[in-house]
Design a protein around this ligand. Structure first.
Ligand SMILES: Nc1ncnc2c1ncn2[C@@H]1O[C@H](COP(=O)(O)OP(=O)(O)OP(=O)(O)O)[C@@H](O)[C@H]1O
Ligand SMILES: [Mg+2]
Length: 308
């Protein structure tokens, strides 16, 4: 078994609200340059293959760290042989990894195979084991963080108690949605999100959520990410829309999770919603202009200072 990557406890950001991200951590196998989409009974060949760390919790954490925020990750590192290939990326992200655990021997590796054909993407994921590690409960109780970000609604559906425990520890809570048809069909989602402060679905997810209730009922602040159309914040019965920024799109993987980081970074500092939305759009542009999730991100502090 590979030894745990040596990340710092809480990341290396300056003083300010500390964020803990939790949810599923994947090893993404990104096959790009397919000549045609995969089809049953046929074989297609990829021009390139990259192994990279994926899942909303890690990608949002990595962008927060790159923005200079102190951030930790509570996630299960995928079982071998997929822990090794992402170990250096996790360590170099600047995200605190002390709350990460290893998948038990014999568990299927948690991986996503992404197949990219031109502008189209198809994904096949294997979820394995619990969505969040056992370290999470004690860590929340220890009050080492000010804010909890949950990477996907399906993880909350699996472990609904985390929000109440985070609130009991005085934390604020945000949640990305991420597409999961079965979870989005549940009629009790408004109740499930009770006490979530910031909910960040994309347009397709919002349309699914609207079948059950108006978006404003899901959380006091709902942020709808709408690709090249920008993003809207719904709060107190008002909707504020801000446009996306012009960018040469290389790869849309992680744009939504990067947006979350930029938005939350400013929101945690008490910035106005327009500034939070604009910060989200700027951070999303970094993800859009590069291949893959958060590998080799470097420092993005200048994105922050653009707003200060
Ligand atoms: N084509 C684009 N041009 C400019 N900005 C974009 C484009 N696509 C996405 N963005 C920016 O990224 C943000 C988030 O994108 P999107 O709505 O696609 O999120 P998402 O569907 O959750 O993404 P993900 O695939 O990472 O889950 C948008 O609000 C916008 O600021
Ligand atoms: Mg998304």
């Amino acid at each position: 078994m590979t030894s745990r990557p040596k990340g710092r406890g809480v990341g290396n950001g300056p003083a300010g609200k500390r964020v803990l991200c939790t949810g599923r951590l994947y090893c993404d196998l990104v096959m790009a340059g397919l000549s045609a989409p995969p089809a049953p009974g046929q074989e297609v060949y990829a021009e390139s293959l990259v192994l990279t760390a994926g899942g909303g919790a890690f990608i949002t954490a990595a962008y927060l760290a790159a923005l200079g925020r102190a951030v930790g990750l509570a996630a299960t590192i995928p079982a071998e042989p997929f822990a090794g290939p992402i170990a250096a990326e996790l360590t170099e992200s600047g995200v605190g990894l002390s709350a990460c655990t290893y998948a038990p021997l014999g568990q299927d590796p948690q991986i996503t195979v992404a197949m990219i054909t031109g502008g189209d993407r198809a994904f096949v994921s294997r979820r394995a084991g619990p969505a969040m590690p056992e370290t999470l409960g004690p860590l929340l109780a220890a009050r080492a963080f000010d804010h909890l970000h949950i990477g996907e609604l399906a993880s909350l559906a699996e472990m609904p108690w985390v929000v109440a425990e985070a609130k009991a520890a005085g934390m604020t809570v945000s949640l990305d949605c991420a597409w999961d048809a079965e979870v989005l069909a549940r009629p009790d989602l408004v109740q499930l999100l009770d006490q979530v402060d910031v909910f960040l679905p994309n347009r397709a997810e919002s349309n699914a959520l609207l079948r059950h209730a108006p978006l404003g009922q899901y959380a006091p602040l709902v942020v709808v990410k709408d690709g090249e159309n920008g993003a809207s914040a719904i709060a107190g019965g008002e909707t504020l829309h801000r446009p996306a920024l012009p960018v040469e799109v290389v790869d849309t993987v992680g744009a939504g999770d990067a947006f979350n980081a930029g938005f939350l970074d400013r929101w945690l500092d008490g910035a106005a919603l327009a500034e939070c939305l604009d910060a989200g759009a700027r951070t999303a542009c970094v993800a859009l202009a590069r291949q893959g999730g958060a590998r080799g991100l470097g420092r993005l502090a200048r994105l922050r200072s653009a707003a200060e």
